[in-house]
Design a protein around this ligand. Sequence first.
Ligand SMILES: [Zn+2]
Length: 392
Amino acid sequence: MTHSASTNRIEAMVKLTSDFVKIPSITGSERAMSEHVSSLMREIGMKVSFDEAGPGRRNVLGHLKGSSGSPALIVNGHIDVVPPGDASRWSVDPFGAVVKDGRLYGRGSADMKGGLASVLTAIKSIVDSGAKLKGDLIVEAVVDEEAGGRAGTGRLTIDNPVKGDYVVIAEPTDLELQTAHKGDLGVEIRIEGHSAHAATPEMGINAVHKMVALANQILDIPRRNQWEKRVHPLLGPPYITISVIEGGLQRNIIPDRCKIVVDRRTVPKTESLEVAKKEIDSVIQEAQSEDPTLKVSYNPILEIEAMETDQQEPIVRAMVDAYAQATGAQVKVSGLRGFCDAHYYSRNLGMPVVIFGPGRLQQAHSADEYVEISQLVTATEVYKQLITRLLT
Ligand SMILES: [Zn+2]
């Protein structure tokens, strides 16, 4: 039996992704994966450097220098994965990289070792073809994304910034081109009252009652600020959610403490973290001026700015063209309702960034996570076209 060249290429691609999946690089324990990726980068002809993110944790940078050094394309992929969770919910070994019915199963197969494997396969094929690059290509294989990315992409945009002209993040998008993601402001609000016997409530200050009133004002923020005018074409409306409420001790005690946690999802352009903070701030100020006994404190616990890259940016045009050339079809442009590391590039370095990769978001973090092998193949071809288009 003979194997065609394309069958061999697909087998090599599956092997590379399987090798990644078999390394259980759960956030914080990425060392073996960093080593594996760096030796693979060297093997395909890239120069490797490291950014030390902490004990045993390294961000890996693979460089392919072009003759003119411009433009520079950064491709980002995180090497950490979330834990597999309850083993009984898996029908396969989470780190076994089982291949079945055109799918490769395992933790990280979709999120996002398949994307990183596709990127490196595309680069290998460009290098092997003998094509010479004019611009620079930098692959950033980062740690810590699943814990917020501060030690990963955060370090490469803040502490040890690597500048480039465009960024592609190979997170799973089901091969859609995502040009925007929402922001996320997390705020903790505490009210302090005064405890008393519930039979003599006038002796105390009921923190829960005060929080109920304040919470209702917070939930009225969308109406007060006409959020219906902020619906984003790719991301939909902003959201505000009270996701935690805690307070009180027992039935017959006037509660002296109450806490809520607010999750505020912002859309790009029409609002920012600053706007979102001010909206909450003004509700609190108003409540305080109406009630001098109100003792309220609040502090942000998460600040992720929304991201949007203009459709006219060269990286978006190049992705659209690369996809058309690789597949003969038009790429679907969409937005990410959650967020990924993209905001680090746009906020800290002002770089245009897009997200494109194999695998579906609903597979990420779930039991029996898988990536379709056909998507790995298509993504590889799209990355290859993209790199060729931008850098040769
Ligand atoms: Zn991911």
